[in-house]
Design a protein around this ligand. Structure first.
Ligand code: PEP
Length: 250
């Protein structure tokens, strides 16, 4: 059985005070991670404080991106080994904001994914189509290209420790959510694609939905067969909102 994962992507939000308050509240309300897992993705400077608070708890954490190089002259970048030193279990790769604002190509995403897997991090591969691509009927072709770039470079076995997040770009931070039917259709497409390569890996991999998930729409989304949790942006910045999403999955 695939365990539901509710993952909070804080993006470039937060402060010392916010991190302490939010994580303390999560810890006060945490439930054993038998069927549901929680994870947070703070900005890099807050990983240390996150580790200090969450170490030994059922809540995991991760980085929002990584550089594929092990070290070197890469000003502003962070390596897989550095994330591991701060206790990260996960790392996001290919978030649509990285793709659109910082030029991450499918090839770049594949290199980051490879570095994460090699280091022992669990990559969360983010894929999704723009509104224009959806309206022109290209959703599946776009998602296929994003996933194939990683399979071609890293091989299907590298997905055995990975998670995929389907995040339609038009639903991120817009308040518009894909309907459960729209989301399930793409999740099934992603799973079928991975099953075609390896039925065990494809059957076991968790596929999260991301795009304006909140406490009101989460239950309907998570009830669908191939939706194994959520990657949550805005609603992960307040403990009550994040916990409402967790509660919708219980
Ligand atoms: C995200 O950043 O991955 C995201 C899904 O954001 P939001 O929940 O705010 O749409």
């Amino acid at each position: 059985m695939r365990k539901i994962l509710i993952a909070g992507n804080w993006k470039m939000h937060g402060s010392h005070v916010m991190v302490a308050e939010l994580l303390t509240k999560l810890l006060e309300n945490v439930i054993p991670a038998d069927t549901i897992e929680l994870a947070v993705f703070p900005p890099f400077p807050y990983l240390h404080g996150t580790q200090a608070l969450l170490q030994g708890s059922p809540v995991s954490w991760g980085g929002q991106t990584l550089n594929p190089a092990p070290q070197g002259a890469h000003t502003g970048e962070v390596s897989a080994a550095m994330l591991l030193e701060f206790g990260c279990r996960f790392v996001l790769v290919g978030h649509s904001e990285r793709r659109s604002l910082y030029g991450d190509s499918n090839k770049d995403v594949a290199l980051r994914f490879e570095a994460a897997v090699k280091a022992g991090l669990e990559p969360v591969l983010c894929v999704g189509e723009s509104l224009e691509e959806r309206e022109s009927g290209d959703t599946e072709a776009v998602i296929a290209r994003q996933i194939e770039a990683v399979i071609d470079h890293c091989g299907i076995n590298s997905f055995s420790s990975a998670i995929v997040a389907y995040e339609p770009v038009w639903a991120i931070g817009t308040g518009k959510t894909a309907s459960p039917d729209q989301a399930q259709e793409v999740h099934a497409f992603i799973r079928d694609k991975l099953v075609a390569q390896d039925d065990i890996i494809g059957g076991q991999i968790r596929i999260l939905y991301g795009g304006s998930v909140n406490g009101s729409n989460a239950a309907d989304l998570f009830a669908r067969e191939d939706i194994d949790g959520g990657l949550v942006g805005g609603a992960s910045l307040k403990a009550d909102d994040f916990l409402a999403i967790r509660d919708a999955a219980v």
